[in-house]
Design a protein. Structure first.
Length: 67
């Protein structure tokens, strides 16, 4: 049990590092799309639509009222 808590903290740091790496690899290819106004508007619209879809799907799955 000498290094138990040290080992537990190491796994938390590993999780955060992996999560940040995944976010970076997802966001990096999208950055050049924000340089042109037409593609930026389309990308923002896609993100808002995806967020609304997920929110409405979760509300329906949990039986929450929509409005």
């Amino acid at each position: 049990m000498d290094g138990f808590w040290e080992n537990v903290l190491r796994y938390q740091r590993y999780f955060v590092t992996v999560l940040l790496g995944v976010v970076w690899n997802v966001v990096e290819p999208l950055v050049p799309l924000f340089k042109r106004p037409a593609s930026a508007i389309a990308l923002v619209g896609l993100m808002v639509g995806l967020l609304a879809f997920v929110a409405l799907t979760l509300r329906a799955m949990l039986g929450l009222p929509v409005a």
